[in-house]
Design a protein around this ligand. Structure first.
Ligand code: MLT
Length: 394
């Protein structure tokens, strides 16, 4: 790096920016994706909408290599992922010994540690590819175990990345074709969301202490499990279901608008709206709204979600303190899953994690093996200022 670049001031920190969740502070580089406040999510420089209907492995190849794979490269990559996808029966047996009490994300986090104990190689690059290949099986085993849906079916990677996941999931009934489509779309939209979302930041932070890939991803998934982050997809669905109970299937936009006003008056949260970075509707939400409109427009929760999309920003936007009054992906992702025949909200965050592990794993590889001329980034160690216990700050 030349002297000019070294001395370039990117950001000056003022005291009022302390204790604000590091919002907007640049701390590194991300080679996989970026989130533009006004344009939304970009994967390797291209809008996510361009890739929404791609095969998952084609998108993953792009995230991993920073460029589109040609047919030959994609064929090789697909074969490699298929070869790596078998999860040892020892790991599956241990997952089936986990308690069924508690949220399935707890089992998912534990399953990642277990997988690491039996299958970790200690090599970030190898483990990134291995976990990408194995994560559909690990997630399916966790959901089957937690839901009591019986033993996992033998993996058939030749079916396709997410098709194999649907196949291994023993969910009762369901239209497999419909589910495959929605799982694929959901998967592609959730791989990555820049370098600073909480789960990714935590995963990379833990890896900076040289914890291995599986442990780092477990930490990342604990971060994703929180209701302000990944579990927001489950909670947002519950929120819309509650409203549906209150207002009924045929509520008008005006009724929804006054309902939102009432909630705000009572200091209630409007789930699925707002984002730390975005200042327009989340690009992923836009894709899912379109999908829902095209396929499930008469599904009561979809009808209501569309009214909330129309009226929510109007009401929230009247409050100057709300910097982003627009819907984010969680406002609609769970509803689309329900409409497609996956009405199991407890597992929505596991689906998010199954996808996000891919992006985080690749970002960990960058930070550990490629950044700073292959030296890797140092251990994360920010500074906190001393403040006597009873001294108040805003
Ligand atoms: C995500 O996909 O990680 C969420 O939108 C949260 C974020 O970007 O901070």
């Amino acid at each position: 790096m030349d002297d000019k670049a070294k001395s370039e001031v990117l950001f000056e920190i003022t005291k009022d920016q302390l204790e604000t969740g590091l919002r907007g502070f640049p701390v590194g580089y991300c080679t996989t994706s970026t989130v533009d406040p006004y344009k939304g999510l970009y994967y390797t420089g291209f809008p996510v909408a361009d890739m929404a209907d791609w095969d998952p492995l084609r998108v993953i190849y792009r995230l991993f290599h920073g460029k589109e794979g040609n047919p030959e490269e994609l064929k090789k990559f697909t074969a490699d992922i298929a070869k790596r996808s078998i999860v040892s029966p020892k790991v599956i047996d241990q997952i089936y010994l986990l308690p069924r009490e508690g949220h399935p994300m707890k089992l998912f986090c534990a399953a990642l540690l277990i997988a690491g104990m039996f299958e970790g190689t200690g090599d970030y690059q190898e483990d990134c590819l291995n976990i990408t290949a194995k994560i559909p099986c690990i997630a399916a085993a966790v959901i089957n175990r937690h839901a009591g849906w019986g033993k996992i079916k033998a993996s058939k990677p030749e079916l396709g990345y997410m098709e194999n996941f649907t196949h291994m999931l023993n969910m009762p009934g369901g239209n497999t074709e419909e589910l495959n489509k929605v799982f694929r779309l959901f998967n592609v939209l959730h791989y990555d969301h820049g370098g600073g979302n909480l789960s990714t930041f935590i995963g990379k932070g833990v890896a900076s202490g040289l914890e291995d890939m599986y442990g780092s991803l477990c930490a990342a998934m604990c971060a994703l499990a929180g209701p302000r982050h990944g579990k927001a997809n489950q909670d947002s669905l519950a929120f819309v279901q509650e409203i549906l109970k209150e207002v009924g299937e045929n509520a008008t936009g005006d009724r929804i608008e006054s309902f939102i006003r009432e909630l705000l008056k009572n200091d209630k949260l409007i789930y699925g709206f707002g984002h730390a970075v975005l200042r327009v509707e989340d690009a992923r939400a836009t894709i899912l709204y379109k999908y829902a409109q095209e396929r499930y427009k008469d599904f009561p929760l979809v009808k209501l979600a569309l009214l909330l999309r129309e009226r929510g920003p109007k009401v929230l936007g009247e409050n100057p303190k709300i910097s982003d009054p627009f819907p984010n992906v969680d406002a609609i992702s769970g509803i689309v899953l329900c409409a497609a025949g996956f009405p199991y909200p407890e597992y929505f965050t596991v689906l998010f994690g199954l996808s996000r592990c891919v992006g985080i794993a690749r970002q960990i590889v960058y930070e550990r093996l490629e950044a700073r001329n292959k030296r890797g980034t140092p251990i994360v160690r920010p500074k906190f200022l001393y403040k006597p216990l009873n001294e108040q700050t805003d």
